[in-house]
Design a binder for this molecule. Sequence first.
Ligand code: FAD
Length: 343
Amino acid sequence: MVNAIAKGLLLSTALSLLAACNDQETRSQIDLEGKTMGTFYSVKISGDIKISKPLLQQQVDALLEQANDDISTYRPASVLSRFNQSHSTDPQPIPRGMADIILTAQRIGRDTQGAMDITVGPLVNLWGFGPDKRAVKVPEQQQIEAAQKNIGLQHLKLLSDSRGEWLQKDLPNMYVDLSTLGEGYGVDQLVKLMARNGITNYLVSVGGAVSSRGVNGQGKPWRVAIQKPTDRENAVQALVDLQGYGISTAGSYRNYFEQNGQRYSHVIDPVTGRPITHRLVSATVIASTTLEADGWDTGLMVLGTEKALKLAEEKGLAVYLISKTDEGFSAVMTPQFKAFLAK
Ligand code: FAD
């Protein structure tokens, strides 16, 4: 049994080539990097920069720390962890940003008919992909069914009144997992920070969620690369120019464990209670916010190539899907995605 995180594949690749695209750094470009949410963030800005690098670094770190304090299931004292630890079915106060994430998650959950479900936490933890990081093995069917009794978006209510936002569960053992949306949320927060500082040329990323606007230090549009889904070559499958939009990729090859020659991915189908088994290996989505893109990519991953493409076409989403075939890999994109391909 191997517990593996396959780096260099798929979504993480979207970021790996950014540096290469911008390697001739000029004086008018500032690059910041750091760790957050169990992954890395990057902030690149260019042009007429009025803020100092240390001050910007301070603001970025403070903002990402706040996001972790609000929605991390890896911090026992975060707002979300306290909600999960509580068995109360009374409404509990939550920050505005967390309410925005949950609102988006509820909508995408409905649109994907429950494929994207932020209450899937008990299953994520059971399969060993949660914060406990215990040794991973395939759970018993009984355990899966017991976990499934505590999931379902219909058991989670978002309330709002003059005092603020509230979250209420009607199952005492519910466990909300916002991991699939956190990176996108973090990027959107960074985008707002850029706007507050009057920065119009930026490329910001948290893990595999990215947003960019304007041009880099050489005056050229920022380019985000989607890499071919193989660890044997470092080749670009597609280059996109986001111009203010957000992009995010979900992949089944990045975080998984193997038992008896079978691979079990961290993307869980709430219907079966098990990791997905179909041939879709990555789903990349571009949307007006990175949070939106980050929510859809997981939902589409769960649905598989055919259903994902059908839904993307119905909803007019900008989507790029890579599937495994007997010969290798095949890619398909919607016309909306094509519009973002770098010229
Ligand atoms: P995505 O495809 O975006 O999401 C997959 C994840 O979503 C799964 O791992 C699971 O948690 C969940 N999921 C699975 N199936 C479904 C489904 N059907 N519907 C909805 N969700 C599903 N990791 C650490 O190791 N250490 C940390 O300290 C840490 N801190 C974090 C703090 C925050 C605020 C967040 C948001 C995440 C943190 N993580 C941490 C988690 C880590 O970075 C995750 O791997 C990452 O957030 C998941 O994103 P992804 O791009 O890998 O996968």
